[in-house]
Design a protein. Structure first.
Length: 135
């Protein structure tokens, strides 16, 4: 299972799951015809979106400018029910000229270790790891 969360400006992100654009999902609206992101894809999007919002905010305070920022999140699930996530890998991708690696790493570390409540929720059942790519 993979999702991509793209920063589209300000504190806004666009989450795209394996079935296409993100849609609203509720327990009463899930049917065979409903082609939105699955609830578990939404969990992964929550990891990326929550952390992304933290990182954008921290980098703005550090006055770090980048051209493009994406977060790719991959989750592995247990074979047995309730099929919780067991392993989540987050890849933070940044594009831009002369990006300060130390500041980007600090922003990601702060989100990952202190601020992102979604990561702190899922890491109770899953091993959550990350890497940073500066392009």
């Amino acid at each position: 299972m993979n999702v991509t969360i793209k920063h589209v400006g300000g504190m806004a992100f666009e989450g795209v799951g394996q079935t296409g654009e993100i849609t609203k999902i509720s327990s009463s609206s899930v049917t065979a015809e409903h082609l939105g992101a699955s609830p578990m894809e939404l969990v992964l999007m929550g990891v990326g979106g929550c952390s992304g919002i933290d990182i954008v905010s921290i980098l703005e305070k550090m006055r770090v400018k980048y051209e493009k920022f994406e977060i790719h999140v991959q989750g592995q699930r247990a074979e047995e029910h309730p099929r919780v996530f067991t392993d989540i890998k987050v890849v933070y991708k940044f594009w831009g000229d002369n990006l300060p690696e130390d500041k980007i790493k600090r922003a990601v570390d702060l989100s990952f270790e202190k601020y992102c409540s979604v990561i702190h929720t899922v890491n109770k059942v899953a091993k959550v790891s990350y890497k940073i790519e500066i392009n």
